[in-house]
Ligand binder design. Structure first.
Ligand SMILES: *[C@@H]1O[C@H](CO)[C@@H](O)[C@H](O)[C@H]1NC(C)=O
Ligand SMILES: *[C@@H]1O[C@H](CO)[C@@H](O)[C@H](O)[C@H]1NC(C)=O
Ligand SMILES: *[C@@H]1O[C@H](CO)[C@@H](O)[C@H](O)[C@H]1NC(C)=O
Ligand SMILES: *[C@@H]1O[C@H](CO)[C@@H](O)[C@H](O)[C@H]1NC(C)=O
Ligand SMILES: *[C@@H]1O[C@H](CO)[C@@H](O)[C@H](O)[C@H]1NC(C)=O
Ligand SMILES: *[C@@H]1O[C@H](CO)[C@@H](O)[C@H](O)[C@H]1NC(C)=O
Ligand SMILES: *[C@@H]1O[C@H](CO)[C@@H](O)[C@H](O)[C@H]1NC(C)=O
Length: 481
């Protein structure tokens, strides 16, 4: 059992470590769905949480937190390369203030010649300037501020705005934090609501237009930008420039987080996988997740991660099956109960040493879940255990894994144990509730019928086909989107 548990924990850990790898990194672009393992240049009180959440500032007052991509980009080359000033970026942030009604102070997406801001101060200066350096054209600095405090000396319009700043914190254009919905309405957002929001910043050097768009994470990029400013960045930026975030707190503090960030100088910045972003710490306004998610990260069994882990399912040994994901796609529902379902299926894999569906088997054994359930009802559940184990297992423990696997595959998602409970059962901290041998009594009805079986069996099985089938389906289903 210890080995089996280790294997299960290992797979969890593997999935998590793969989850947030930056997908593309070359000199012109990068992409972080969470910052686990990211080599950012951090300054002040900025830190990266174990789950990949980038925390620029915490509840400490009058502090600065900064995170920059460690290498500079070419922005203003003297050559005839016509795309050097254009850029596209999007990121997800959240502001969780200490006192519910007051922010402190804000976050600025920053393009700057250096990652050192000598003498810069916190509070209204956002860690970018001090009272001497502000306004100097030698700053060569562009910032998009998400400002939650009204600073009259900079002409701030309110305490909840987005502004475009050039060398100065008096914005050249600003607007109340809001977005234009599909229906044309201007929807106000509260920067300090604690809810994650997404920002898109796009500059096209041909049009010389800088666009800034804001929206809640739950919606796609609004068509109409919140800010659209005509500006010639060749007059502001130098050739070698760093991109990143600067943030500050004042006499009132706020946790300022970045959850994911995509940046591109060769085209439109890739969209972030919202479901893959790290979760915020539990607390006011942030949706409390289950303990196991805190422990293991906001786990979603992402097809893509597994696909990579298994080198496109070519290494069938690693998971024992490529059919695993196809089985899951039948349920059509996921999120937490889907994770549990996936894990349940996985446990049955592990214990029985076979795929969820094996058409070459005798009819009653084709669908693994049905077969295990039938054997359980007959009191012969151990007959399903992988014969290759040669009886080298603790009967009680394997029984637990099998029964738990079945429970996780309960037809009614609500009846499935939570992942936290699963971990408790596996760790022996909880005992599995007494389950009547008659599975029907707890609604554990066989999941197969002819229709679903046909559906499963007609899904292509080559790894390439699996990928085209699953990339759209598995991922969206598994991530619950
Ligand atoms: C904020 O972070 C800094 C640096 O990690 C730490 O010293 C400080 O105690 C933290 N403040 C709070 C209120 O947690
Ligand atoms: C991380 O960034 C620093 C620059 O800040 C660089 O010197 C170092 O090589 C980078 N490490 C990796 C693994 O990319
Ligand atoms: C500059 O333009 C010329 C002519 O269009 C082209 O051949 C050359 O490759 C360009 N150089 C760069 C650095 O883009
Ligand atoms: C602002 O920073 C600059 C550069 O470090 C420094 O020379 C100057 O004295 C600072 N001004 C104030 C008011 O702190
Ligand atoms: C900052 O910009 C505003 C508006 O353009 C300008 O009035 C102000 O003088 C600038 N501040 C400094 C210190 O140059
Ligand atoms: C900026 O917004 C305007 C108005 O919606 C649009 O026409 C233009 O293409 C946008 N530019 C970029 C670089 O997104
Ligand atoms: C950058 O743009 C290119 C061209 O559109 C695209 O192929 C690439 O995936 C983008 N990369 C990122 C990280 O957004």
């Amino acid at each position: 059992m210890a080995a089996l548990l280790r294997a299960l924990h290992f797979v969890l850990a593997l999935l998590i470590s793969l989850r947030n790898l930056a997908l593309a990194q070359d000199i012109n672009q990068f992409f972080y769905n969470g910052f686990k393992g990211a080599n950012l240049s951090l300054d002040g009180i900025a830190s990266i949480h174990p789950n990949g959440l980038l925390e620029l500032t915490n509840a400490s007052k009058q502090q600065i937190g900064q995170a920059f991509f460690p290498f500079p980009f070419h922005f203003n080359t003297l050559s005839n390369n016509s795309r050097s000033l254009s850029f596209s970026t999007n990121f997800v942030f959240a502001m969780v203030p200490e006192s519910p009604m007051r922010g402190g102070h804000g976050i600025a997406f920053t393009i700057s010649p250096s990652t050192e801001f000598n003498g810069a101060t916190a509070t209204q200066y956002l860690g970018l300037f001090n009272s001497t350096t502000i306004g100097l054209s030698s700053n060569h600095l562009l910032a998009i501020e998400l400002d939650a405090v009204r600073s009259p000396e900079f002409g701030d319009i309110n305490d909840n705005h987005v502004g475009i700043d050039v060398n100065n914190l008096t914005s050249i254009q600003s607007a109340p934090a809001s977005y234009f919905s599909e229906h044309g309405g201007n929807e106000i957002l509260q920067l300090i609501s604690g809810d994650p929001m997404q920002v898109w910043i796009d500059y096209d050097e041909m049009d010389k237009l800088l666009n800034v768009t804001l929206a809640p994470v739950s919606i796609t990029k609004p068509r109409k930008p919140l800010l659209s400013t005509s500006i010639d960045l060749s007059l502001v930026l130098l050739d070698s420039m760093y991109v990143g975030f600067s943030s500050s707190t004042g006499s009132v503090s706020s946790h300022h987080y970045i959850l994911g960030w995509s940046f591109n100088k060769s085209g439109k910045a890739q969209s972030l996988g919202i479901s893959k972003l790290p979760s915020l710490p539990p607390g006011r306004n942030s949706k409390v997740r289950e303990d196991w998610e805190q422990q293991y990260g906001p786990q979603r069994f992402l097809y893509k991660d597994l696909y990579k882990a298994t080198k496109g399912f070519k290494d069938k040994e690693l998971l024992g099956t490529g059919g695993f994901w196809k089985e899951i796609t039948r349920t059509g529902k996921a999120t937490t109960s889907g994770d549990v379902f996936a894990f349940g299926t996985f446990m049955l894999e592990v214990a029985c040493g076979r795929r969820p569906v094996e058409s070459e088997r005798s009819p009653e054994e084709v669908v693994l879940v049905d077969w295990v359930l039938e054997c359980w009802k007959r009191g012969a559940i151990l007959g399903t255990v992988d014969p290759r184990l040669n009886g080298n297992y603790e009967v009680k423990e394997v029984e637990l894994v099998l029964k738990l696997g079945l429970l996780c595959n309960h037809r009614t998602p609500e009846a499935r144990p939570s992942m936290r409970q699963v971990v408790q059962f596996l760790d022996g901290d909880s005992t599995l509730p007494g389950i009547p041998v008659n599975g029907a009594g707890i609604g554990l009805v066989p999941v197969s019928n002819e229709a679903s079986r046909d559906h499963v069996l007609t899904i292509p099985v080559s790894s390439d086909d699996v990928s085209s089938y699953c990339l759209s389906d598995c991922e969206s289903i598994l991530s619950g989107r």
